[in-house]
Design a protein around this ligand. Structure first.
Ligand code: PDD
Length: 282
């Protein structure tokens, strides 16, 4: 299947970039992950808007107009053999002929890359049991609202989780749980759904927005406010959400059962609403 690189569609094996690319040297770039259901890109306008916002946030101009990104994505989806896919987009500040932290001259074009892969879904038995997570200190920088490719703190946090047989690491900053290493986190207490607010210390998830919309649509009681570590540990339900995980219950936290140790009713309903929604509205 072809990948997209700087205006061309070509086999992955033929897609080359300079070792001086600033994505490689500095992690100086941005990305998006877009789920595709039945060959339709889910919430594509929202993903492309977040891509634009992140590019603006790092002062990099978008190498493609929205309609051009849509055409690239449509072509990748069509060429791939799977109905459900994950589309990855990345833009970096390109490659100069020397190494310098400051931006290269305007004549250096950004690198734009995109490819499709099969959507990896959570097996039904894993979803029915829920997954385990740990808490770790949030060692990231203070612009976590930007979806940048510099992910070392996220990588190390997720690996710490995996080393302990867990699926996710929940990031704690100044006593508050902000999100997961690669997911947003919601809790439920006494039937009330609680979501951390969008600040510069959390990625504004596209799935997060869908969850808030579905809660409102179905009159699910909802509060958007900071979640303390204490409140996290006392929650009846904890879930992670992302474009690839959808809604997934966390049933063990730092070795302790969350609530009764099983996925809870609010999360189960939300998962069903999400399934119904993604299969109808795009
Ligand atoms: N990660 N928070 C972080 C730190 C993330 O990396 C992600 C997504 C999310 C959820 O965002 P969304 O609902 O838009 O997928 C929250 C993607 C999937 C990744 O890095 O692979």
């Amino acid at each position: 299947d072809p990948v997209y690189l700087n205006g061309d569609f070509l086999p992955l094996a033929d897609a080359g970039i300079s070792p001086l690319d600033r994505g490689f040297l500095y992690g100086d770039g941005v990305y998006e992950v877009i789920p595709v259901y039945s060959r339709r890109a889910f919430r594509i306008d929202e993903h492309l808007a977040r891509l634009q916002a992140t590019l603006a946030g790092i002062q990099l101009s978008n190498p493609l107009a929205t309609d051009d990104w849509k055409a690239v994505i449509a072509k990748l989806i069509e060429a791939a053999p799977w109905d459900d896919q994950s589309i990855y987009l990345q833009v970096t500040r390109g490659a100069d002929n020397k190494r310098d932290h400051a931006f290269p001259p305007a004549s250096v074009p950004p690198t734009a890359f995109a490819f499709a892969s099969p959507l990896v879904t959570t097996p039904a038995d894993v979803r029915a049991r829920g997954v385990a997570a740990i808490t770790v200190p949030d060692l990231r920088w203070r612009r976590c609202d930007l979806k940048v490719i510099s992910l070392l703190a996220n990588v190390l946090a997720r690996q710490q989780a995996v080393d302990q047989g867990c699926a996710e690491a929940l990031l704690i900053r100044d006593g508050f749980m902000k999100e997961g290493a690669a997911s947003n986190i919601f809790i439920v207490k006494d039937g009330l759904l609680i979501a951390p607010p969008k600040t510069q210390l959390m990625l504004p998830g596209i799935t997060y927005d869908v969850i808030l919309e579905l809660a409102q649509q179905h009159q699910q009681p909802l509060e958007v406010r900071e979640i303390s570590e204490t409140e996290l540990r006392a929650a009846d339900e904890v879930w992670m959400t992302s474009s690839t995980k959808e809604v997934l219950a966390i049933t063990t936290l730092d070795g302790e059962a969350v609530g009764n140790g099983k996925p809870g009713p609010v999360g189960e309903r939300m998962w069903q609403w999400y399934q119904d929604f993604k299969n109808t509205v795009m």
